[in-house]
Design a protein around this ligand. Structure first.
Ligand code: NAD
Ligand code: G6P
Ligand code: MN
Length: 432
């Protein structure tokens, strides 16, 4: 029987994960589940784990949910370690989003200055988790969902040497679900091919006859149900840009391709109702009030307000595909191995892959057109600077990453944002 350890178990997303495991129990027989959190998340962990246990108890299966604030107690013998933690909780995200906004730059969880600081706080912790795994569960798979998912996965594999790491995101899942409906097909009839980086990929779609239907999908990208997660403002892409790219951009490309419009919207929201993080603070509060109700035995619908909805589908499918050696086609963050020749073979990319007992085997994409190639090379180089700075605490490299990042102003103002964020997050950044 399978032992699952979830780090950041107090997350409001945990009921999704439990629902996914209950649905797949016959193919993925779970023996025990451990939810790990830290002192500050103790109350969240208590409420979520009690709901998780009620969910299992209401199912036909007997699974015990254990909790601990010491991951070393949970890890021994784990088969899969899933990570969904947030160092500094939502309060830290509020700073990541507010401080750049106050300087007229985009405040966003995984992009721009905020995303870089989320990496700075998270990468040292993933390194410590891997140190413990090496000792306590040397054969376990690390299924990472913690953002910035691509950079955290790259650090885990390339810097900390945990080859059995797979990075996940719900953006491809949502795109596939919505787009198939938009062109009047079922998901099963279409073949999707994704390539790029986490929150920076494109995809193409073919139908069951092998015909490229990407142009048809592109017609619906600007619609309300175009396939973008709810956390991203749906500023329309210029039609001519879509026609010229001939690939479907992911929702996060809006921050780069319509930078001023997205920034203006974000600052407007910030003035009106606070940053997305502040709004999610409220949503999280409401969710936990619901979770605490002893009569609740299932995932409440309100979780759909969070951008990460359906992530459990990705996490549980991936785990089941490894466990059952299914060779299942899924989009994950994994080693490039030549799938995108414009990036190094050992770079971590987010690409369609076959998931089996050996992990993820990326499917070759081939050359990218010049514009996409330029973006990918810039963004990957920026990520490399961020990862190295996160490990070494090198201020100059952090400033280089800031200077390269298209969403951060270069010069004195960008440096001011860097300095303010370093002070704001001081207690979570011992490396600087
Ligand atoms: P959250 O603020 O609820 O944090 C989750 C839990 O992590 C909290 O209970 C917190 O106490 C705990 N935690 C903090 N530091 C920890 C540590 N060192 N060890 C163990 N636990 C720790 O966050 P959330 O909104 O539920 O999101 C969780 C994570 O998942 C975030 O990193 C978020 O960015 C990520 N996420 C990823 C995707 C994706 O597509 N990959 C989608 C949504 C969310
Ligand atoms: C998206 C992403 C995540 C992101 C999240 C934000 O869909 O894939 O990586 O962090 O949702 O959601 P939130 O509701 O917290 O703003
Ligand atoms: Mn994501």
């Amino acid at each position: 029987q399978v032992k699952i350890v979830t780090i950041g178990g107090g997350s409001s997303y945990t009921p999704e994960l439990i629902e996914g495991f209950i649905r797949r129990y016959e193919e993925l027989p779970i023996g025990e589940m451990w939810l790990v959190d830290v002192e500050r998340g103790k109350e969240k962990l208590r409420i979520v784990s009690e709901l998780a246990q009620r969910m299992w108890d209401a199912s036909p299966y007997q699974v015990k949910v254990h909790t601990t604030l010491d991951r070393r107690e949970a890890l021994p013998g784990a088969d899969f370690v899933t990570t969904q933690f947030r160092v500094g909780l939502l309060e830290a995200r509020i700073k990541d989003e507010r401080i750049p906004d106050l300087h007229g730059m985009l405040g966003q969880e995984t992009n721009g200055a905020g995303g870089i600081f989320k990496a700075f706080r998270t990468i040292p912790v993933i390194g410590q988790i891997i140190d413990d795994m090496r000792e306590l569960c040397p054969d376990a798979w690390l299924i990472n969902f913690t953002n910035p998912s691509g950079m955290v996965t790259e650090a885990a594999i390339k810097k900390f040497g945990w080859k059995k790491t797979i990075g996940l995101c719900n953006v491809p899942t949502i795109a596939q679900m919505r787009e198939s409906g938009n062109i009047g097909e079922t998901e099963e009839e279409l073949t999707y091919q994704f390539a790029g980086l986490n929150h920076f990929h494109w995809h193409k779609v073919t139908n069951r006859d092998g015909e490229d239907v990407t142009a048809e999908v592109l017609k619906h990208v600007n619609e309300k149900n175009g396939g973008t997660p709810v956390n991203i403002y749906q500023e329309p892409f210029p039609e001519e840009l879509l026609d010229s790219m001939k690939m479907v951009p992911c929702g996060y490309h809006r921050y780069y391709f319509m930078q001023r419009e997205m920034l203006e919207h974000s600052i407007q929201e910030f003035k009106k109702g606070g940053t997305r993080a502040e709004q999610m603070y409220q949503v999280e509060h409401e969710l936990f009030e619901l979770y605490a109700q002893p009569g609740l035995h299932e995932k409440p619908e309100q979780l759909g307000k969070r951008g990460g909805a359906y992530y459990s589908d990705a996490a549980c499918e991936c785990i089941s595909a490894i466990y059952n050696d299914r060779h299942l086609r899924m989009t994950v963050s994994t080693e490039n191995k030549g799938a995108l020749p414009c990036l190094a073979p050992d770079s971590i990319v987010e690409v369609s892959s076959l998931i089996s007992a050996r992990g993820a085997e990326p499917i070759a994409w081939g050359e990218m057109p010049p514009a996409a190639r330029g973006w990918l090379q810039l963004m990957k180089a920026m990520e490399e600077c961020v990862i190295e700075a996160a490990i070494t605490g090198d201020y100059g490299l952090a400033l280089e990453a800031f200077t390269m990042n298209p969403l951060i102003e270069s010069g004195k103002e960008g440096k001011r944002v860097l300095d303010e964020l370093l002070v704001a997050h001081e207690k979570y950044l011992p490396q600087f």
